[in-house]
Write a protein that binds this ligand. Structure first.
Ligand SMILES: NC(=O)c1ccc[n+]([C@@H]2O[C@H](COP(=O)([O-])OP(=O)(O)OC[C@H]3O[C@@H](n4cnc5c(N)ncnc54)[C@H](OP(=O)(O)O)[C@@H]3O)[C@@H](O)[C@H]2O)c1
Length: 345
């Protein structure tokens, strides 16, 4: 039965024309996805509608997480799209294990809840959202701290990872992956895994290129998925500091946007796709949703433009993660092993 609420858009993009990346299993993942984190102020229903709009214009990759609080509504959108002819195997659906569900037995429970909410029988990719079990309530301020917060403990991470591996064994999840990791932590994880991480989700935009970690992922057959690809202009207050820079106002980005007659956000997405990461831009605006996908299929940036963007990295991390700090931690840099050594409690 055709739905009046879901139809393939006449002006959409042919999903076959969107660049694809290959995971270590040989499975394909679309080279652009839709983000679904509403930054604490977008309405969950609007985000679920954005998922429908995205699929209707050709997106086949949706980036979800239980902590975004909207999987039950996104599930309705996915269900409707599939009822109207989109096949499950055409979609690539990611979700993430939240920090308060790392404990023994919790991973299966969390995955089962996500599958129920998304109305799916399996996920294509399930990520450990953060490498710490540190909890924060939705919408808390930047100074909020979990009194039980701890630094990275590799043995505990591996206990969580073993549970992730069992989800693959059980057929509930096709791939597992990491998020918000560092090279130091990934070195240990790669040493100890039975099932390889297929992807690492990490902050990536022109002012925060994380070149060493990006290369490390590629060298180790881990697909880099880039969050905040346009610099997350509406991110929550807890993720803003005075020194943050704005990618879409950078003169290099703006001048390329002028040449192409597009919004600077589009230049950031093109750069991401051409560099080799998978951007997952968020939007609830139908025109933005379409143009963010279409731009991966037309008018590539020139070699000189790619080089010019390579030169504007400001090492400006936007999602610093202060709310995950443990007692005694110096500051947010402790979360990111800046000197190549894992910080301990
Ligand atoms: N793994 C993690 O820990 C983690 C952390 C953060 C984010 N993420 C994921 O990454 C996704 C993306 O990150 P994000 O949402 O923070 O940042 P983002 O995608 O860089 O920025 C989203 C913002 O950019 C605007 N925008 C998007 N396309 C545009 C266009 N073509 N023209 C003008 N404005 C445009 C959107 O506004 P409009 O709605 O007005 O278009 C929205 O406010 C999230 O939704 C989430 O799925 C993961």
């Amino acid at each position: 039965m055709k739905s009046q609420y879901f139809q393939i858009a006449a002006d959409g993009v042919d999903p076959k024309k969107v660049p694809q990346r290959t995971l270590f299993t040989g499975a394909k993942i679309p080279g652009v996805g839709l983000g679904t984190f509403g930054s604490d102020h977008y309405d969950a229903r609007d985000i679920a509608n954005a998922v429908k709009d995205a699929i209707s214009v050709g997106y086949r990759h949706i980036d979800c997480a239980s902590v975004y609080g909207n999987e039950h509504l996104i599930g309705e959108s996915l269900h409707e799209a599939m009822r109207c002819g989109i096949k499950r195997e055409e979609l690539f659906i990611t979700s993430k294990l939240w920090n308060n569900m790392h404990g023994n037995g919790d991973v299966l429970l969390s995955c089962a809840k996500t599958l129920k909410d998304l109305k799916l029988e399996y996920l294509d990719l399930y990520l450990v959202h953060w490498p710490f079990p540190n909890y924060h309530a939705a919408g808390v301020g930047v100074d909020s701290r979990d009194p039980n917060a701890v630094a990275y403990i590799h043995d505990n991470y591996m206990k969580t990872w073993r549970q992730m591996e069992r989800l693959v064994d059980a057929g509930l999840v096709r791939h597992i992956g990491t998020s918000n990791m560092t090279i130091a932590k990934l070195e240990l994880v790669l040493r100890d895994v039975r099932i390889h991480p297929a992807a690492n989700e990490m902050e990536l935009h022109p002012h925060f290129q994380q070149d060493a970690l990006f290369r490390y992922c590629l060298d180790n057959n881990i697909v880099p998925i880039g969050y905040c690809p346009v610099g997350s202009p509406k991110r929550p207050a807890r993720d803003r500091t005075q020194n943050d820079t704005v990618d879409t106002e950078d003169p290099v980005i703006v001048s390329i946007a002028d040449r192409l007659g597009v919004h600077p956000a589009i230049v950031c997405i093109k750069w991401a796709v051409q560099r080799g990461q998978i951007p997952i831009p968020f939007s609830t605006n139908k025109n933005h949703i379409l143009s963010n996908l279409l731009c991966s299929t037309i008018d590539p940036l020139t070699h000189e433009e790619m080089k010019a963007i390579e030169g504007i990295d400001r090492n400006c991390r936007l999602i610093k993660g202060q709310v995950f700090l443990w007692e005694g931690a110096k500051d947010w840099t402790d979360l990111w092993d800046i000197n190549g050594v894992i910080e301990e409690n």
